[in-house]
Design a protein around this ligand. Sequence first.
Ligand code: OXD
Ligand code: MN
Length: 589
Amino acid sequence: MATLSDSPSKLDHLKSWVEECAALTKPDRVRWCDGSEAEYDAIAAELVRQGELTRLNDELYPNCLLSRSDPSDVARTEHLTYICTPDKEDAGYTNNWMSPDEARARATPLFDGTMRGRTMYVVPYLMGTPSSPFAKAGVEITDSPYVVLNMRIMTRMGAVALDHIARTGEFAPGLHSLGDLDPERRLILHFPEENLVWSVGSGYGGNALLGKKCLALRLASTMARREGWLAEHMLILGLEDPSGNVTYMTGAFPSACGKTNLAMLVSPLAEQGYRVWTVGDDIAWMRVGPDGRLWAMNPEAGFFGVAPGTNEQTNPNAMATLRGNSIFTNVALTAEGTPWWEGLTDAPPDGLIDWRGQTYDAASKSPAAHPNSRFTSPARQCPGISPHWEDPRGVPISAIIFGGRRARVAPLVYQSFDWRHGTFVGASMASETTAAATGKVGVVRRDPMAMRPFIGYNAGDYFGHWLEMGQRIPNPPAIFHVNWFRRDAEGKFMWPGFGQNVRVLRWMLDRVSGRGGARETAIGYVPTPDALDLDGLDLTPAAVEALLHVDHAEWRDEAQNIGAFFDKIGPRLPAALRQELDGLRQRLG
Ligand code: OXD
Ligand code: MN
């Protein structure tokens, strides 16, 4: 194992960066984390002693902790998140931009002395399976012990990462401080040219666990562009068929649109031999393999899932996963010492403490758990975890699924004509906003590839990179679009969703195997009603028709909105996407 006193060594750069950060933030002490269980237990015990964390009922939820955040610090703050490049155009329309000089000038005073009286933790971590040539190391410096505990679940942390850095000399540095948690003094800054993140003023997962959105998506997307691969906001699942063959798919959905549920789906068609294996629920790093296919790896080691709505019906595998060794953030607490959130049971139990730590008044309109409350759980605890989830090569991908939350317009499922059209489908995706980010909920916004908050560079260049990747994949996956959230005239969801979504996956499997009935429409291939196995579902033929309907008038409006969005992307929007939009308009008549 690498030790810090090895000298001279590839760790010198790391050591001097840590010294620099300590000189700036002035902590009382510096602690290098080894990622061991003993270390996790000691930090957790200390936080419980201080009243910062609550230990849950150890019989029902062994080794589980509850954290209540500052009430102003409960979601990603996209308006305070910046890409810092010398040229503003390199950040593009979908990002906030600051020059690296301005970013340093604004953030340095916020970091100056911020760790006085605190411990500075140095957290080496790996994104990806340690033996994978595609794994990347990061080091997060943080003054939040809550972040350290979460990082140990979400990444491969400590000695294994330090060894990697000692061997390669490479790591992505990230400096994080809670600061004073004042949103006025909060900044999440990305410096793609240095692979560097500076985050101050927030302890919330997506802002503070720097391996996740900051490194594995925003910075990784810029590396992926340089190096010819894809870093995407995608789940990875395997669909096993009756012959025992497993077909792998990735899926991009905006935050809080059921990605974790789909990744962990428990199949109602298991008796017929169809079951789902979970490889990842949030991020996919994808490369072209020697066989000419696209291969995907989950860089994370845990799930940071949205709690509300999760229950034994909607996601039994998540329920089994979060039963131990988990951290719950901003959920409610029952009198029994177990976590509770809206949707876990029909009604809130008596004696509930809400996410702010107050006695819950069932008559109040506000929820007991925060709508963006989360569980952090080790992936290996998932009953459906794929035997290949840590395969150093990843898994070969046959289908890519894009999806949004749309009350209207988008049918249950359609397949794009080819990679280029599929790139257009992804680039023009839209969804109604959710509680995962601060801001108004329920507004339709364009969220290309579900990456709008995570593309680390100009979105026009990003679409160009997707198109170029299409040229490099001799055997590309098929690309689909789904919408589980279509509503009828009364506003009711038309599709049962959750486990039943396996029926849609099954149609995709049929399609990529050269079977599967479809009819060509203006937007792509839509299943013929008999091509979907709907046996046992309470759906009338009219309802199926409505679910699959492509309304030309609605789609002409949609094309208009897509055009307006493309205009905003600016001059770097690839011409091929404009041609795809023209093609759609022509087909719509
Ligand atoms: C997440 C998100 O936490 O997308 O995964 O917000
Ligand atoms: Mn996500």
